[in-house]
Design a protein around this ligand. Structure first.
Ligand SMILES: [Zn+2]
Length: 434
């Protein structure tokens, strides 16, 4: 189902016109209400009247995570505090978190963005939406919660963790929809497989909306098979609103971005110039409707490309390819760029392995080391190294051919790698502390 046909299927020319109107308005408000943007624009010699259409967006200043931290907590707010009805914050592990504030209209816009994604895969009244994202400052829980509410579905706010109970409720309440991080969904699949009281066949799950961390096609295949569902990617970031900036339609061929709400650009992260259409680069967003905290040209650090071909679903909203990785996640090991998602892709090609992995990078004798912990499934596992070798060799070869560096692979017992209930942590780069 298409929730907002007028916006999701608008012809390109009308969309450009709408984006232009909304950008002009946003820039004006930023300049008048947010000293940070006024300073930046004054420094560049740009006045709001210089922005006449969406084609002028390249003249505007960028906003970075660093800027958001500098302006912590409310420096980028464009409305009086009395207009704010909710505050979220990113799960920043170091220093101050990135804060997002919302007016009533902002929350409605966010809920619609996420609800468009759920509606595309048929979520409607009567569905039971189990929200196993963490509820709290993190946007995942309440984002999915409000979207389910907008569609008139049942909101089941289980939050993350307590996995045995999650699957018991999933069975007893007949949950039809699951929302969580892909890594937690995988963990729930494992808990179901081990359970004596809950079997996959007992569940009524149809579809899962997974986001908050980049994931791969291999992971999709795994989740779809093991949970018996359709696995849909939902995309978002606290700096824009949370999950619901875009999402996949039922064709699962790229993430539609809601361009009437957030204007996407792809830039070269080194030169900061726009990329050619279809070229890979860094994704940048400008909010077009946000009231509390409008953001100009936010550099997401996500590396991807935009696809403007028409989608079979009838939506004209641009599609974003799978995220190659966050430029922040990229490791340079022995001079080679490595993304954790590449390792995940290799791993999920081999059925003997679980999709769990952990990378440790270090430097010894002036040379980078690259250790990869992986798990064999219990039916393949043996503590005897000679029995592990037939599994290690093909994985090793695949990683060398895909990534270009040689890993030290360590086989762990099934279940030995730590599972996460929220965003997965896959890397320990010890070089950062030397
Ligand atoms: Zn589509």
């Amino acid at each position: 189902m298409i929730l907002n046909r007028a916006m999701e299927c608008m012809d390109r020319e009308s969309m450009r016109k709408l984006q232009s109107e909304r950008l002009i308005e946003t820039v004006k408000r930023c300049y008048e209400k947010v000293p940070f943007y006024r300073r930046k624009m004054d420094k560049m010699g740009i006045k709001p009247e210089d922005i006449r259409s969406i084609d002028d967006i390249h003249r505007l200043p960028f906003t970075t995570k660093h800027d958001l931290r500098d302006e912590y907590p409310f420096g980028l707010q464009a409305v009086p505090q009395s207009e704010v009805v909710r505050i979220h914050a990113s799960s920043g592990t170091t220093g101050k978190p990135v804060v997002g504030t919302y007016t009533k209209n902002d929350l409605a816009m966010w809920a619609e963005g996420a609800a468009r994604v759920m509606a595309a895969s048929g979520v409607t009244k009567g569905d039971i939406v189990q929200v196993s994202y963490g509820y709290g400052l993190f946007t995942g829980g309440l984002g999915a919660h409000d979207a389910a509410g907008l569609l008139g579905a049942v909101q089941l706010p289980t939050s993350a963790g307590n996995s045995e109970k999650q699957i018991m409720l999933m069975k007893d309440f007949g949950s039809t929809v699951l929302c969580c991080t892909p890594s937690y969904a995988l963990h729930l699949a494992e808990v179901i497989e081990k359970s004596e009281t809950v079997k996959k066949e007992d569940l009524k799950l149809k579809v899962g909306f997974f986001g908050a961390e980049p994931w791969t096609e291999g992971m999709r295949k795994e989740l779809q098979e093991r949970l018996g569902i359709k696995a849909i990617d939902i995309y978002g970031l606290t700096e824009m609103c949370g999950p619901g900036v875009g999402g996949e339609c039922e064709y699962q061929n790229g993430t539609h971005l809601w361009e009437d709400l957030f204007y996407p650009e792809i830039i070269n992260p080194d030169t900061l110039e726009p990329c050619e259409p279809g070229e890979f680069g860094e994704l940048v967003f400008t909010s077009l409707c946000k009231e509390a905290m409008p953001i100009l040209r936010y550099r997401t650090r996500d590396l991807t490309r935009l696809i403007y071909d028409k989608c079979e679903c009838g939506r004209t909203a641009v599609r974003m390819d799978r995220i190659l990785g966050r430029s922040d996640d990229m490791m340079i090991i022995r001079g080679v760029n490595v993304f954790p998602s590449q390792i995940e892709t290799c791993l999920t090609e081999f059925p003997a392995f679980t999709a769990q992995y952990f990378i440790t990078v270090d430097r010894k004798n002036n040379e980078d080391t690259f250790d990869l912990d992986v798990e064999l499934r219990s039916e393949y596992f043996s503590p005897n190294p000679s029995k592990q070798m037939p599994y290690i060799k093909p994985l090793y070869d695949r990683i060398v051919s895909m990534v270009g560096i040689k890993p030290n692979i360590h086989i762990k017992e099934p279940g030995a790698i730590q599972r996460s209930i929220g965003k997965a942590k896959h890397v320990n780069d010890k070089r950062k502390f030397q």
